[in-house]
Design a protein around this ligand. Structure first.
Ligand code: R5P
Length: 308
């Protein structure tokens, strides 16, 4: 075998999906916890001179992120040749710039930790901003749910009645990429925030009357952006409102709020593991694409054809 696949403790389901798509077995990576919560990670087989792939879903709590740092360090000290980290969702990606006078750029800090621990390469999905790639000196293979989602949209909506919508100006580039594949109308919402997770005002630019509106976003966290956008779109005559978000952070009361909202359907991917969702939330898998990317990287093949 040209590489060995491992998983952090909470990424086993994702890694098993990759293993089955690639027809490989999952290696044994053991994580133990001291009684005070300190993590101890051990590779239970030799990885000397090997390329290893670690599936690492590092959404909060911070335990997941720290387990990744420790696993990379263990791999480096066990003389792995190359350490490929599959980090489908890069936490802290919304803090990629210094917006306030004395705040941190914590997305950069995470990049430094991953790199200093010894990672050779990161595979990730739909970054909040592609500028984050510049925080790393190691290669970042940036995958996108665009193609999977646009195929799904094509199958479910007629282009005459379809209107793509970005819930903020930051997502305009993403919407334009979808528009070029779907050939339909588009709208954008001007959103102003009071503080993180708190929206002040929203205004639609574009005509959504009698349209099946499809909102596309990189992530859904509290659901505040989506539920507010949905109310605004429906009050402006939208026939239906569906959303496609890559990362289902779904913190706090998000699931109940989405369930109680007028959103017809929310599609998220499995970059973050989910347990119980409401009826109007469905998961579309990213695993086959991740597996293909691993296969291409190991074979030294370009990833262009996976993303265009
Ligand atoms: C913001 O720039 C992001 O793209 C998402 O729109 C945002 O993080 C979603 O957060 P929430 O669901 O808490 O409104």
């Amino acid at each position: 075998m040209k590489y060995k696949l491992f998983a952090l403790s909470n990424s086993e389901a994702y890694a098993k999906g990759i293993a089955s798509a690639l027809n490989v077995t999952l290696g044994n990576l053991l994580t133990r916890t001291y009684s005070d919560g300190e993590i101890n990670v051990e590779f239970e087989e030799s990885i000397r001179g090997e390329t290893i792939v670690i599936a690492a879903q590092i959404q909060l709590p911070y335990h997941n992120l720290f387990e990744l740092f420790v696993a990379i360090d263990a791999a480096r000290r066990a003389s792995a040749k190359e350490i490929i980290c599959v980090i489908p969702y890069l936490t802290h990606s919304r803090q990629e710039r210094k917006d306030d006078t004395r705040s941190a750029i914590s997305s950069r800090l995470i990049a430094d930790f991953i790199e200093h621990a010894g990672a050779s390469r990161v595979i990730t999905f739909d970054m909040h901003s592609t500028a984050i790639m510049g925080f790393y000196k190691i290669p970042i293979d940036h995958l996108s749910m665009n193609r999977i989602y646009t195929e799904h949209i094509k199958y479910n909506f007629k282009s005459e009645s379809l209107c793509l919508c970005s819930p903020d100006f930051g997502g305009l580039k993403r919407i334009k990429a979808y528009k070029s594949l779907l050939n339909c109308d588009m709208a954008v919402i001007h959103k102003e925030r009071l503080s993180p997770n708190q929206i002040n005002s929203m205004e639609i630019i574009g005509d959504v009357k009698n349209k099946d509106v499809v909102i596309v976003d990189d992530m859904i966290d509290t659901g505040g952006t989506l539920t507010k956008a949905c109310e605004l779109l429906k009050s402006n005559g939208a026939k239906s409102v569906t959303a496609y978000c890559t990362h289902g952070v779904l913190s706090g009361n998000a699931i109940n709020n989405i369930s109680a909202s007028a959103i017809d359907k929310l599609y998220i991917s499995d970059t973050i593991p989910q347990s119980k969702l409401s009826k109007n939330i469905e998961v579309i898998s990213s695993i086959k694409l991740t597996a293909k990317a691993i296969e291409f990287i190991i074979a030294g093949k370009s990833l262009m054809e996976l993303n265009d």
